[in-house]
Design a protein around this ligand. Structure first.
Ligand code: GRF
Length: 335
């Protein structure tokens, strides 16, 4: 849960909208509302919504911003939303929350921004200038008025019969959309999302050993699986850990080689030598068991039976060895 604070001086419809958008969820919470006007309508509205609301006179905002910062820290506030806040915001606060204070402005900034441009003044100026469009902007607060980087901006059409009041109503409608959007963007940028642990990492952690296995590369510039012209075929050559000139730590060679070609040769040869040939010999001896038995050669049948058993064991042992010896022989450089 990320706590945010709203600063407001007026009616507070944007503040209310932020509370209604976020406080029923479990990601972002408007935990505090601060105002510089003792009788601002926003106070009552926020209290009705259960949001702690505090009033500080302008002298505190201007001369003693540390008091405000202490309150913000006590509430673990991570982002501040200025929703119609008409008071001077001290550099101390702006610097303490650099990049994390958002302001909503009722025009398409940089047009109709700056000193004196707030509320009805903006809409009047837009209509008097005969603009065909206006809008709302959420920007990051810096020490220059209305000049910080824009986070979200949206237009509304200005019609010939629009009045400052009707334009304000239209702008308010888009404000209710873009302010929560900008808050979510800012909160999302606070900390990178925690990536789930890989299976290797989880095992390494459980066993208390370092995980030295290089991760499978996700670099689109080297992998490019969908571009047939630049796609590099999987390289199935044996990794060469001791050769620094050919070693490619992030190349698929070292991490995704499923089966080197020498293993195919090895498995065909060992299957023939270890399983097929001893297996055939074992079958021949088994066949001799019954024929010798019916010929009355009991001793011969016993011998054939023993030989069949021996060759079955040989086949089994060689089969096991062939499977387990490949890796050590490969590491020893036999292939
Ligand atoms: C909004 O129009 C906002 O753009 C400006 O002040 C007005 C506040 O309105 N900064 P409200 O108090 O949220 O209704």
């Amino acid at each position: 849960m990320t706590n945010i604070a709203v600063f407001a001086s007026g009616t507070g419809s944007n503040a209310v909208n932020l509370v209604k958008t976020f406080n029923s969820g479990n990601r972002i919470r408007v935990a505090l509302c601060l105002t510089d006007r003792e009788n601002a309508p926003v106070i009552e509205k926020m209290r009705e919504l259960g949001v702690e609301t505090l009033y500080f006179p302008r002298s505190v905002w201007k001369e003693n911003p540390q008091v405000i910062l202490d309150v913000l820290r006590a509430h673990d506030i991570k982002v501040i939303a200025l929703a119609g806040f008409l008071c001077f915001l001290s550099e101390d606060i702006v610097n303490a929350y650099e990049g994390k204070i958002l302001n909503i402005h009722p025009s398409l900034l940089p047009a109709y921004g700056g000193k004196g441009m707030h509320g009805a003044n903006v809409h009047k100026a837009v209509i008097e200038a005969g603009e065909s469009k206006s809008g709302a902007t959420v920007h990051v607060v810096t020490n220059e008025i209305d000049a910080g980087p824009i986070v979200v901006q949206r237009e509304v059409a200005v019609l010939p019969d629009d009045t400052p009041e009707s334009l304000e109503a239209k702008v308010h409608e888009v404000e209710y959309l873009i302010f929560p959007e900008a808050v979510m963007k800012t909160v999302a940028g606070l900390t990178p999302p925690e990536l789930p642990k890989s299976v290797d990492d989880a095992w390494a952690e459980a066993l208390g050993v370092p995980n030295n296995v290089p991760p499978i590369p996700h670099n689109p510039t080297t992998q490019q699986p969908n571009n047939p012209t630049t796609q590099q075929p999987l390289n199935f050559t044996t990794p060469q850990p001791n050769n620094p000139t050919t070693q490619q730590p992030n190349n698929l060679t070292t991490t995704t080689d499923p089966m080197p070609p020498t293993y195919l040769v090895w498995s065909v040869v060992t299957t023939i030598l270890c399983c097929l040939i001893p297996g055939i010999v074992a079958i021949i001896f088994s066949a001799q068991v019954s024929s010798k038995f019916y010929q009355g050669d009991i001793e011969g049948a016993r011998r054939a039976s023993r030989n069949a058993e021996i060759w079955i064991i040989i086949s089994f042992v060689l089969g096991v060895l062939s499977n387990t010896l490949y890796l050590p022989l490969m590491i020893a450089g036999a292939f």
